[in-house]
Every structure is written in structure tokens, then in C-alpha cells.
Design a binder for this molecule. Structure first.
Ligand SMILES: Cc1cc2nc3c(=O)[nH]c(=O)nc-3n(C[C@H](O)[C@H](O)[C@H](O)COP(=O)(O)OP(=O)(O)OC[C@H]3O[C@@H](n4cnc5c(N)ncnc54)[C@H](O)[C@@H]3O)c2cc1C
Length: 405
């Protein structure tokens, strides 16, 4: 005998809980259940943002906000006009969770703990009688004429409307493919670059405040802070490239060259500056006098890579050395040999083909009464709270459309 519910949500993660709470709060007469395969839900929320949960990002203009989504930029513009950052802040505030903005725009609970978000969701779900069923792994979904039947590891269910919020789960994507949806091949996004290079080998922890990076032979480029790590490079300039280049870099099997401009000047202007330094600092040792606001340790490595010795003074630099140094500063090439996990946040690019989702309702264009929210769709963002904002927006709109019809 199948358990009957009005609305079933598969997946008790960020999007699943957000949707369930909104539906149950607006329509207490409806029976709403979450089927979650884990013995607990919200596991990604728990570990998100290094345990602090970067809930959203202080960007309040929809046309600016969408620029952070390598996949979903065009499709999310409309939805963001209905529900975006300000609404997220208000939603949490109305339920007793205050958020704060950090210098880089990321927003966190004032408590600095993801548990605050989890407690809020669990309390709200309980308050509005959402039936949260843990250890219920969904095995099959069948679309009926007037609803769905769902087989789980703990029995069958039947519902009129179904919301899938299972994140990046290959088994559910397969199941949706069998129902007639197209799944865009999943590849990782938000990763750091593995680089073995003498110039950075001994300087982990060094940060260049604003670099420009290009992936050689492609149109991919980004700018922002760069961090040297024990195995390569990280920080926003790299993470943005990993997100916008997720598909292209996967095709290259994460073997490619990057070209870095450390100083925001072109080669010619840099050379001019170096010639000025030659006059100005003639008697000083090149390696000891870091310029262009570059960290000393990085400056030293770029000097040595330009065939300039530890003792060379500015006055002694010849034309070749000056040019080699200008090259290192404005177009240093590094070979990337692989990728590593960025532990603070990662997502999967890929999922349900954007063409098959109605972004006014988040309903499937293929199967009536089937809705999607969160990472299950082929939407993902750069780091900074944008991935959760996608979960909140899609879940909110899906929940509003589900109860409208
Ligand atoms: C380490 C890490 C840190 C992150 N930090 C941030 C951050 O600070 N800010 C940010 O914006 N984004 C962050 N992200 C990304 C963010 O967590 C995701 O984009 C977001 O959780 C997606 O929400 P979702 O509800 O779509 O999927 P999920 O949160 O992944 O939830 C999906 C749920 O579905 C369940 N499920 C899957 N298959 C089944 C099945 N067959 N039956 C039943 N249940 C099933 C899963 O168990 C899971 O609970 C981070 C990601 C990681 C990995």
C-alpha cells in the first residue's frame, strides 16, 4: 500500500527544505513530505562555507547577480526579479536568523555557524508539519496520469505533485533521463589548479592582490586575488576560471597553460617602469626592492626566473634581463597539471537541460506536475554564496507555483 501525500519533495538539502517549508507554511491543509536518503538532511549546509554557511551574496541587482552563474545566467534573470538576495535576507530574518555582510560581499549568519541555518530549517519544518522522512532513498519514480508513484528503500509513496531537489546525484539524473529528460554531462566546478613550478614551490601562502589570468589557447580569462598553495594556485581568480571553464578544462583533462599578469600593466608600460626604476634605484639590489605592490617572496621568485641574480643591482640590468623581467611580471606562463578540491565550496556543472525547465515556475516542460529546485538543474555559480541563492530562488518559485495550480 502506497503512502499518499499531496506534495512530495525528494531530497532534504538546502532547496528541498526551503521549498517544503514555504509550501507547508502557505498551505497548512496540504500534506507535504520530504524523502531524504541520509539519516540526516542538510549535510552540505552543515559543511558549507567552512562550517559557517555562506548563505548568499550582497549583490542586489538581478542583472549583476546573474553574471556569477556560468550556467544559468540567462535563465535566472527572471527568477531573480521574483526572489533574490533581499528576499533571502528577509526570509531568514523573519524566522529569527540574522545575516551579516563581510568585506568581500559574502553573507553569513551572525552566529558564524551553519547550525543556525539547520536549526531554523528543522524548527520551521516541524512547526508547519512537514513530514521529514530520513533513510528513504528514492529508487524509482513513475509518472501517472494524475500524479506520481515513488519507490523508496522503505516503501512506496504516491503524490499529486513532485519536486526533485536531489542536488548532483547521478542516480536521480539517470532516473530523470528514463522519464524523458536530457541530462547535461556533469563535471566538477570550483576547483584549484595543480602547478609544479620552481617560481611558486617555496612560497605557499603568498597572495597577489589583483592578477589577470588567461587560459592559453582559449577565451577564458579572469582577474582577482591569487593565492599560492602547497600544490598550486587558488583564490577567486583561479576559482572563477574553474567555474567558467568547467566544461572546457574537463575536455583538456585539466592539462593546460595559464598566463598571468601580476601587475595590471602591459609589457611595454612595465618595461618603461623598469627602466625608470633602473635610474631611480641604480645602486639598490633588485631582489630586495619589491615594487608594484607585489609580495616580497613572489617578487624574489620572479626576479630569479628572469636570470637576475640575488646580488644584481638595478644599474647592472641589461636589456635582456629587463625584458625577461617585464615578461615574468606581465605574462608569466605556468603549466597546470591537474585540479584539487577547494574545500570551502564545490559544485557540479551539469544536470537537467535548461531548455527543459520552465523558469517562471520551475516545472518540467516534459512532465506536468514535476518540479525542480537547486543543483539538480544545470545551474551553478562561482564561489561566494551564489549557489545557495540559486537553491533559495528556485525552491521559492517552485513552491509558489506548486501551490498555485
Ligand atoms: C564543501 C561544500 C561547501 C559549500 N559551501 C557553500 C557556501 O558556503 N555557499 C554556497 O552558496 N554554496 C556552497 N556550496 C554549494 C551548495 O552546498 C550547493 O549548491 C547546495 O547545497 C545545493 O542544494 P540542493 O538542495 O540542490 O542539493 P543538496 O544540498 O546537495 O541536497 C540534495 C539532497 O538530496 C538527497 N538525495 C540525493 N539523492 C537522493 C535519493 N535518491 N533519495 C532521497 N534523497 C536523495 C541528498 O542526500 C541531499 O540531502 C558548498 C558545497 C560544498 C560541497
Amino acid at each position: 500500500m502506497n503512502t499518499q501525500k499531496d506534495i512530495i519533495i525528494i531530497g532534504g538539502g538546502a532547496a528541498g527544505f526551503f521549498a517544503a517549508i514555504n509550501i507547508a507554511e502557505q498551505h497548512p491543509e496540504l500534506s507535504v513530505a520530504i524523502l531524504e536518503r541520509g539519516k540526516e538532511g542538510l549535510q552540505k549546509v552543515k559543511i558549507s562555507g567552512g562550517g559557517r554557511c555562506n548563505v548568499t551574496h550582497a549583490e542586489f541587482i538581478p542583472s549583476e547577480l546573474v553574471l556569477n552563474y556560468p550556467r544559468g545566467e540567462k535563465e535566472l534573470l527572471g527568477p531573480f526579479h521574483s526572489f533574490m538576495t533581499g528576499d533571502t535576507i528577509a526570509w531568514f530574518e523573519e524566522r529569527g536568523v540574522e545575516l551579516k555582510i563581510e568585506d568581500d560581499g559574502r553573507m553569513f549568519p551572525v552566529s558564524n555557524s551553519s547550525q543556525t541555518i539547520i536549526d531554523c530549517f528543522l524548527n520551521e519544518a516541524e512547526k508547519h508539519n512537514v513530514d521529514v522522512l530520513y533513510n528513504h532513498s528514492v529508487k524509482t519514480v513513475q509518472a501517472l496520469e494524475n500524479g506520481f508513484t515513488i519507490e523508496t528503500s522503505q516503501g512506496g509513496f504516491q503524490c499529486k505533485k513532485l519536486l526533485i531537489a536531489t542536488g548532483s546525484n547521478p542516480k536521480v539524473w539517470k532516473l530523470l533521463e528514463d522519464l524523458g529528460h536530457t541530462i547535461i554531462n556533469p563535471v566538477p566546478s570550483l576547483f584549484t589548479f595543480d602547478i609544479k613550478d620552481n617560481r611558486i614551490k617555496d612560497i605557499p601562502g603568498v597572495v597577489a592582490k589583483n592578477v589577470e589570468i588567461k587560459v592559453v589557447g582559449t577565451d577564458l580569462e579572469s582577474h582577482g586575488p591569487l593565492l599560492v598553495t602547497h600544490v598550486g594556485m587558488s583564490a577567486p581568480a583561479i576559482l572563477k576560471l574553474s567555474a567558467f571553464g568547467a566544461v572546457e578544462l574537463a575536455k583538456m583533462n585539466y592539462n593546460f597553460k595559464i598566463e598571468i599578469n601580476f601587475i595590471q600593466l602591459d609589457f611595454e608600460s612595465c618595461l618603461e617602469e623598469l627602466k625608470n626604476f633602473k635610474q631611480e634605484f641604480a645602486k639598490k639590489t633588485v631582489i630586495k626592492l619589491s615594487q608594484f605592490d607585489l609580495p616580497k617572496r613572489l617578487w624574489k621568485q620572479l626576479v630569479l626566473a628572469s636570470d637576475i641574480s640575488e646580488t644584481t643591482r638595478w644599474a647592472d640590468l641589461n636589456k635582456q634581463q629587463l625584458e625577461a623581467f617585464a615578461n615574468q611580471l606581465t605574462s608569466a606562463v605556468f603549466q597546470v597539471t591537474g585540479k584539487s578540491t577547494f574545500k570551502e565550496e564545490f559544485v557540479t556543472a551539469g544536470g537537467i537541460d535548461l531548455k527543459e525547465v520552465n523558469f517562471k515556475t520551475f516545472e518540467s516542460k516534459r512532465i506536468p506536475n514535476l518540479y525542480f529546485a537547486g543543483e539538480v538543474i544545470n545551474v551553478d555559480a562561482v564561489t561566494g554564496g551564489f549557489n545557495f541563492q540559486n537553491a533559495w530562488t528556485s525552491a521559492y518559485i517552485a513552491s509558489a507555483s506548486i501551490i498555485l495550480q
